[in-house]
Design a protein around this ligand. Structure first.
Ligand code: XMP
Length: 319
């Protein structure tokens, strides 16, 4: 792709001009954006870059293994893997307000990056995979007068106490352009085509208080849902599909035993940039199959519902 080849070359020059001989830390989230940013920056400045993957305990199933192997084995880019799940889940303990969750997670990411920067003798820059829609939506959502709908953890500058400056090489791009750039950089197709995943992770897919058990339940259910979507050949038609574990128990019956367990909501939308979205019109038979599998295979869930809200008026994530 000519456009992306040109963009790549230009972006590399810009990164070199901004960073000079400085050291850069890049936070990886397992998503496409931060991975593309990291590979691009590595191409620009090589060993001046240190990638940090922070596992906050709220990642999708297999996420950590996949990211670590992509960077260490496929690209041979050094990667620091921080298991910070105790820290994050500890600070989130008892918190149910969506914005409070987002702020806690954003703050902890900065703390972890700072600690990692110290270990390598200080870093001058923090790199992020911020995209154009992230920038717009955090400034003024849907054309409204600068109303913050959600504080995206990865936008909005850094706390003053932090000495690092931001490097955001994807700030002018939309998701489809980032994917094209990822292909241009040789990222594996399975990685480039992955559905977006928000920085705060499963925290914003567990309305109410978060526990490790709830995160485990959600991961198991979501794996089944995504597996069925892939088997049906629908994965690439859908912008994003995920499950939400509701803080609501309902009565059910399994065999001849009464159950009283959680409700799981399934979400799937089509979109081109995440700024507007339509719910995906699954066939009922498909939804029935997913519901049966989840209720049979995932302990703690006895009812499954499908979200038929588009954006607007809904947002894609529930929090
Ligand atoms: P909403 O829920 O605002 O989401 O309609 C639009 C798109 O953005 C993703 N999203 C985030 N991505 N950090 C991110 O990196 C965040 O804090 C965040 N919040 C939402 C969401 O998954 C969807 O693709």
């Amino acid at each position: 792709d000519w456009t992306m080849a040109a963009y790549r070359a230009e972006a590399i020059e810009k990164i070199r001009a901004q960073v000079g001989k400085g050291k850069v830390i890049c936070g990886l989230s397992g998503g496409v954006d931060s991975s593309v940013a990291a590979v691009l920056i590595h191409e620009a400045i090589g060993e001046q870059l240190t990638c940090v993957y922070v596992d906050h305990g709220l990642m999708r199933a297999n996420e950590s293994e996949e990211v670590v192997s992509l960077f260490r084995e496929h690209y041979n880019i050094p990667l620091v893997h921080v298991d910070a799940s105790d820290l994050f889940l500890g600070k989130l303990d008892g918190v149910s307000d969506p914005e409070t969750k987002r702020k806690i997670i954003g703050g902890l990411f900065i703390d972890v990056f700072e600690a990692e920067a110290k270990k390598i003798g200080g870093a001058d820059f923090l790199a992020q995979g911020t995209l154009y829609p992230d920038v717009i939506e955090s400034v003024s959502a849907l054309g409204g007068p600068s109303v913050t709908i959600k504080s995206h953890h990865n936008v909005g500058g850094l706390p003053e106490r932090m000495n690092m400056k931001l490097v955001e090489p994807l700030r002018e791009l939309f998701k489809d352009e980032v994917r094209a750039l990822g292909r241009e950089l040789g990222l594996p197709e399975a990685f480039v085509g992955r559905h977006p995943f928000p920085g705060p992770g499963l925290a914003i897919r567990i309305p109410g208080v978060i526990t490790r058990e709830k995160a485990d339940t959600l991961r198991k259910a979501d794996l089944i849902y995504i597996d069925e979507i892939k088997k049906a050949g629908l994965y690439d038609e859908i912008w994003q599909a995920f499950s939400v574990l509701l803080p609501v128990n309902t009565v059910g019956v399994m065999g001849d035993v009464r159950t009283y367990e959680a409700v799981l909501a399934l979400r799937a939308v089509t979109s081109t940039d995440g700024m507007t979205a339509d719910y995906y019109p699954f066939e009922h038979a498909f939804l029935g199959r997913v519901a049966t599998r989840i209720i049979n295979e995932v302990q703690g869930v006895n009812r499954v519902v499908y979200d038929v809200t588009s954006k607007p008026p809904g947002t894609i994530e529930w929090e």
